[in-house]
Design a protein around this ligand. Structure first.
Ligand code: CMC
Length: 429
């Protein structure tokens, strides 16, 4: 359904509008291009809507995040990561029988083909788990050939479920490989987050009891990272998906995009930054470096392309952080105090105020993962485990979108204009 736009440049009477149910609508650039021959120049796509989607809505000015219409605060309080995954995939929260079937089916998919064990030996022991995740997820395509025929919903749905269920196993094995411990197989009777803890921390010959507080905290972190509309990694998944590539290759592209420090790698980078600052007394000097554009240093875990207000996930993560420390009776982490002081000072500084830079989800997520005993190298991999739900849901949505075409942006050429080739021997030395 399209309506006509007001007639002021670049909109004319014949420009179509693409309406939204919440947030800004868009003018249809295709009609502007057809009429004027002009492209839209939008580096970083900060003003371009590439898809219509029913999955996630963000109002960055007000700090609102909705999944399928439900506020993240309510989802965090009343559901778990597996229910949210079902919601993202299918559009509704599951009934109790649907939930039980879904959990049972996902638990069966956790196991990897035994041959996949061999892949790990090809990596150096000090490889980052994200590198192993990228490579191995793409290689899964050779074990699930049925996923190549994406014309059938059953194939697409099965691939989405396989990916969400298997990525924790690959990630946990990547960690075990880097520390030289034996791989721990997934357990069907454990919940999604319990199983992650089991595969990360159990050892053959040692019975591991999973602390339910820890499992709940991990589940909450996964829930808060599950989807975030058209971020860089989801866009990478959709871009690769638009070519018709198989879903394992698409998700592998998402993992690669997530790895960068401007995106999912920020949780690890924020913790490194807290280490570097070292103590509260060094905060002002560090912030001076951040504000000096020539230093190339950013305040990691601060700022967001969409949020110009506090990231609602950051508030929930911060609350979880305090909860976990109290419930587990952990000693208060001096790094948490440093982070809170850094946040306080930055929020009073005109540099950050004028640019509307607030803490994002990654400012506190590394601290809570650290408090839970998760190794730093696994922070971004956990983000990838969570985000696979969003990537898979967005990939599924894209495969039935009538507007889906191969993504192929245009450019503004700024190179040499036409010139003649001079043969090698005739060129000046
Ligand atoms: N520290 C210092 N200055 C910053 C920061 C920061 N973290 N973020 C933005 N700015 C400045 C930037 O230099 C620019 O200043 P000016 O207008 O004077 O040139 C202004 O704020 C606008 O920044 P931008 O780079 O145009 O903003 P963007 O929307 O392109 O970037 C971002 C968004 C998240 C990449 C950026 O804020 C950043 O690099 N943050 C640190 C990394 C981080 O925490 N990433 C996690 C994002 S949330 C989770 C996720 O998506 O994975």
């Amino acid at each position: 359904m399209k309506t006509r736009a007001p007639s002021s440049f670049p909109l004319s009477a014949s420009t179509s509008l693409v309406p939204s149910t919440l947030g800004p609508s868009a003018f249809d650039q295709r009609t502007v291009n057809a009429e004027t021959g002009l492209f839209a120049f939008d580096p970083g796509f900060s003003s371009t809507a590439s898809y219509q989607s029913k999955i996630t809505f963000i109002d960055g000015e007000k700090g609102i995040l909705l999944h399928r219409g439900y506020p993240i605060e309510q989802l965090a309080l009343k559901t778990n990561f597996t229910e949210l995954t079902y919601l993202l995939l299918y559009g509704e929260l599951p009934t109790q029988p649907q939930y039980q079937n879904f959990c049972a089916n996902m638990a069966q998919h956790r196991l990897l083909n035994e041959q996949i064990r061999n892949f790990f030996n090809g990596f150096r022991r000090d490889t980052h788990p994200m590198a192993i995740l990228c490579g191995t997820v793409s290689a899964l395509s050779s074990f699930h050939k049925e996923a190549f025929d994406t014309s059938l919903f059953e194939n697409r749905e099965c691939a989405a479920r396989q990916l969400i269920a298997k990525i924790p196993t690959i990630a946990a094995w990547a960690y075990k490989y880097t520390i030289g411990e034996p791989f721990i197989y997934p357990e069907e009777e454990l919940s999604f987050s319990e199983n992650i803890l089991h595969m990360l921390f159990a050892r053959p010959g040692r019975k591991e009891t999973i602390n339910p507080v820890l499992a709940r905290a991990i589940d909450r972190i996964l829930l808060l990272h599950a989807d975030h509309e058209q971020n860089a990694s989801s866009t990478a998944v959709r871009l690769v998906g638009s070519t018709g590539a198989n879903p394992f290759a698409c998700i592998s592209a998402g993992i690669a995009a997530l790895w960068g420090p401007a995106h999912g790698g920020a949780n690890e980078a924020a913790l490194d930054m807290f280490h570097q600052i070292g103590s509260k007394k060094n905060i002002p000097a560090f912030l001076e470096k951040v504000k000096n554009k020539n230093s190339g240093i950013r305040l990691m875990g601060f700022g967001h392309r969409i949020y110009r207000n506090v990231d609602p996930r950051a508030k929930l993560i911060q609350a979880s952080c305090h909860e976990v420390i109290e419930t587990l009776g952990l000693e208060r982490d001096p790094m948490l105090d440093l982070a809170m002081e850094l946040e306080r000072i930055a929020k009073e500084d005109d540099y950050f105020i004028s640019r509307k830079l607030y803490p994002n989800v990654d400012f506190y997520s590394g601290l809570i993962l650290r408090a839970l005993g998760i190794p730093t190298s696994m922070f971004t991999a956990l983000f990838a485990i969570a985000r696979t739900s969003g990537w898979a849901s967005q990939w599924l949505e894209m495969t039935t979108d009538p507007n889906n075409r191969i993504m192929r942006p245009r450019q503004i050429y700024t190179g040499e204009t036409f010139r003649n080739v001079v043969a090698l021997k005739e060129r000046p030395i």
